[in-house]
Design a protein around this ligand. Sequence first.
Ligand code: MF3
Ligand code: CO
Length: 254
Amino acid sequence: MIFKSSWEIDLMRKSGRIVAEALDRLTRLAEPGMTTLELDRVAEEYILKRGGKPAFKGYRDYPYTLCASVNEQVVHAFPSGRKLREGDIISLDLGAVVDGYYADAAVTVPVGQVSEEARRLIAVTQESLQRAIEAARSGNRLSDISYAVQSTVESQGYSVVRLFVGHGIGRSLHEEPQIPNFGPPGRPPFGPTLKPGLVLAIEPMVNAGGPEVTIQEDRWTAVTCDRSLSAHFEHSVALTHEGTEILTSLDGAG
Ligand code: MF3
Ligand code: CO
């Protein structure tokens, strides 16, 4: 695990702020008739205008700035000419890098009026991230974060995706530790103790049906095997001596 100094966390505040502002714009643009490629363009232009660079574009040959995953798509769906339709849910996953320091965040938003079930899935996924961030405190174990997600999600009858995990973040998009969204809490040997200087990208992916996902022919897009709806929220958070700070939120409150 890599521990960051306060000046490094300061740079990550900058990339975090850009990601937060871009996602805020995209959230408001995610209306029926909008294409996911248009959202990608807006995201890229905004990041560049603010002096950052897209974090995902070119990462392992990922071709876009944004991941735009609709309905049963879980994560990593390519932006395309697909028009959003009333009733869709879309996960917007975005990363930026400023002076070599990364930030990564995601939100899932409704397109127009969506079903009660879709609203509930989004709310539960967001709540699981909130609980996970509360567990991401110095002195706690990494496993407390995982348990916070799993217990929140499964108590509401939904399932946690196991194929993808959260991650440390800093001078690379993905650093140690990996952060599973499931597993028992606390105590050794269940993983490292959290300490100031850690910066973590916590990202629950939650399915309305079963936890299984499959990767499509494009080698990126993950979809639920049972084609049930899926939601994804992510924040990059810094553990400091003052407490846990969300780097990718506009108001610090998630
Ligand atoms: N939030 C995702 C992650 O942390 C986004 C990665 S997309 C990729 O893994 F293209 F960069 F891989
Ligand atoms: Co991430």
